[in-house]
Design a binder for this molecule. Sequence first.
Ligand SMILES: Cc1cc2nc3c(=O)[nH]c(=O)nc-3n(C[C@H](O)[C@H](O)[C@H](O)COP(=O)(O)O)c2cc1C
Length: 174
Amino acid sequence: MQTFLELAKARYSVRNYLTKHVEEEKLNYILECGRIAPSAANYQPWIINVVRDPDLRKKLIDTYNREWLNQAPVILVFLGDHRQGWKRSDGKDHTDIDIAIIADHITLAAAEQGLGTCWICNFDAAGCSRALNLPDHLEPIAYLSLGYPADSTDQTSRHLKRKPFEEIIKFDQI
Ligand SMILES: Cc1cc2nc3c(=O)[nH]c(=O)nc-3n(C[C@H](O)[C@H](O)[C@H](O)COP(=O)(O)O)c2cc1C
């Protein structure tokens, strides 16, 4: 059985996909792994839009025009509902944090299933809202491309580059 560390290391940003269909069972499994994610005060201020329809995919790709996104058979759009997100007493809205957690669960679950994902935040958010006809209270916060990796060895150098343990972990005093 794969340890968590092995799984976390196996996940990388996939930017090269096969046209192979993602099985419904696997898709539902990874979405369920997201659904159970924790959120601030358990408010769960999220909706995941699973986009497979060719016309809708095309509209989304127009908001982040990359050949590899066009290859991915599924695009997951993570919508944050700021009306529902927990606000700390100083007003800080935790919706973005909650969305990051649910999306991260999904990237890891997908990796466990042999599927690839890539986080995408550099998209035209207003264009996405128009494409999906979103109401004002739903913000498109992130996309994940999803599909079978075309080449499991094509991690970028960025994937292997992480700050050293000592630089980022501080025990007690900073
Ligand atoms: C919040 C967030 C936003 C990101 N947005 C993009 C993006 O718009 N386009 C892209 O190609 N990669 C994007 N990435 C992927 C990062 O570049 C990638 O995770 C990082 O370089 C480490 O590589 P790895 O995921 O292969 O380990 C994003 C990642 C995160 C966590």
